[in-house]
Design a binder for this molecule. Sequence first.
Ligand code: 8OZ
Length: 357
Amino acid sequence: MALDLFSPVNLGSISLKNRMVMAPLTRNRAAEGGVPQAINVTYYEQRATAGLIITEATPISAMAHGYPALPGIYTDAQVAGWKKVTDAVHAKGGKIVIQLWHVGRISHPSLLPNGAIPVAPSAVKPAGQAFTYQGLLDYVEPRALDASELPSIVADYVHATQCALAAGFDGVEIHAANGYLIDQFLRDGSNKRTDNYGGSFENRARFLMEVTKAVVDVAGADKVGIRISPVNPFNDMQDSDPQALFNYVTSELNQFNLAYLHAIEGDMTGKDNTFDFLALRKIFKGSYMANLAFDKARGNTAIASGHADVIAYGVPFIANPDLVERFRTDAPLNTADSSTFYGGTEKGYTDYPFLNA
Ligand code: 8OZ
């Protein structure tokens, strides 16, 4: 029988009961100190029938924050909070990895320790405004990191990975997508460096490779995935030759034997693009996760045709905690309320109905 969304699969050492992955989704509902709280436990536990849950993007240090009410993964209290989440998901037979995040320039001094200036590969201010506790505020020109500072950020990834393992996660996903710090190094719209971390593909990918090696050394490659978004312009990102850059990045990642490569297959703004994602899938030797507005039919087709091993669903999992069962039985889907995506309470978070509820 052909493979489909309901076929089990292993991503590295993580065994999935089906191929429907809950995509990482920023929800801005952590307690003070970036500590996951009871409603966060309920939210993830409700979605444990996914083959794999990828948590919301989670800052690896105080300097990695860029939005209000994010949960972190660098203090003891955060680890204790996340442990309740992983215990609840595991008790329901689910698997969960945490997405490790540094926002780089997509932040604001009001969100950072002592009003620090956000850091980035280069002092290039992104267009747009930051979401802060005071509302939307213009981005500021970030401070270009000195190469001598990078090992301490790599150390923050290592520390966060240790925290993630202590919190009981099945693995970690390195967020190298959507215009945040690692992606800012990768793409030449935001990386104007003239040292070993800028210019050539090899140089622009150096920071990602250093982070990956360090995280793999702690967690084991079979517990590490990476998310990329080669052509997503979100957060004011551009690159002069994304296909060649990400073909290179993907082939370099082969050295690690990672659990999976997760690609946002296009432009979240809905504009057509001509990027060849199948080329990445063919270059990459491990499992491939595709994301971008898939439905059940397109997900099944992508798996049966070999385009992807697993499919990540975002908005459908916000509105349908039992999305797997709904797809399995062709049941109607709840509609997502975008006004409650970011921040708030249980409303639009843990109160979407299950089938027959
Ligand atoms: C939407 C709003 C805030 C953050 C990403 C972490 O795009 C995000 C994000 C998305 O990866």
